[in-house]
Write a protein that binds this ligand. Structure first.
Ligand SMILES: [Zn+2]
Length: 165
């Protein structure tokens, strides 16, 4: 749930499919251009996601707090390093649906494809792989226990874990 909360704000980006499919039609839908970084990137959606975690998690308080943290880490990451290819900063209307007056941007924001994002991604993937090798489970367990076991097995065969004797 915590992992999913860190990516769920970008569900509003799926509207790009409708926009691309209708771009040459007489009535194009500008759903992605108009709503990406709007519908899923705000306090109201954060509260819905947190409520889902509070309802379905076994460790309700811890999970809900971590869900809120990872959700907001996504928003901060967008603010810091997600400038669009056209230079648009995609301001985040954080207080929606309660108020549309706060539009968060940061003047130092770098582009989505700028080098810091590649460095951060490489470092985080390396840490995730090291943790998977050490702990015996990986992110793949979200989608498949079999794939997770095969991945960890391959990792441990290539880089054996030292065991205490
Ligand atoms: Zn986002």
């Amino acid at each position: 749930m915590v992992t999913l909360a860190s990516v769920v704000p970008d569900l509003d980006g799926l509207r790009i499919i409708a926009e691309r499919l209708t771009q040459n039609s007489p009535h194009p839908l500008n759903w992605w251009s108009d709503y990406h970084h709007v519908l899923g990137h705000n306090l109201g959606f954060a509260l819905i996601v947190a409520a889902m975690a509070a309802i379905f998690a076994k460790q309700k308080i811890t999970t809900t707090l971590l869900v809120l943290l990872s959700f907001h880490l996504h928003l901060v990451s967008d603010l810091v390093g997600a400038r669009g290819p056209d230079g648009d900063q995609w301001p985040i209307p954080y207080l929606l649906p309660f108020s549309k007056h706060l539009q968060l941007t940061w003047s130092g924001q770098w582009a989505l494809n700028a080098w810091p994002n590649f460095v951060v991604t490489a470092v985080l993937i390396t840490i995730a792989v090291m943790l998977a090798r050490q702990r015996g489970f990986s992110l793949l367990e979200i989608v498949s226990s079999k794939a997770d076991a095969a991945f960890v097995n391959a990792l441990r065969n290539r880089f054996p874990v030292k065991t205490a004797t």
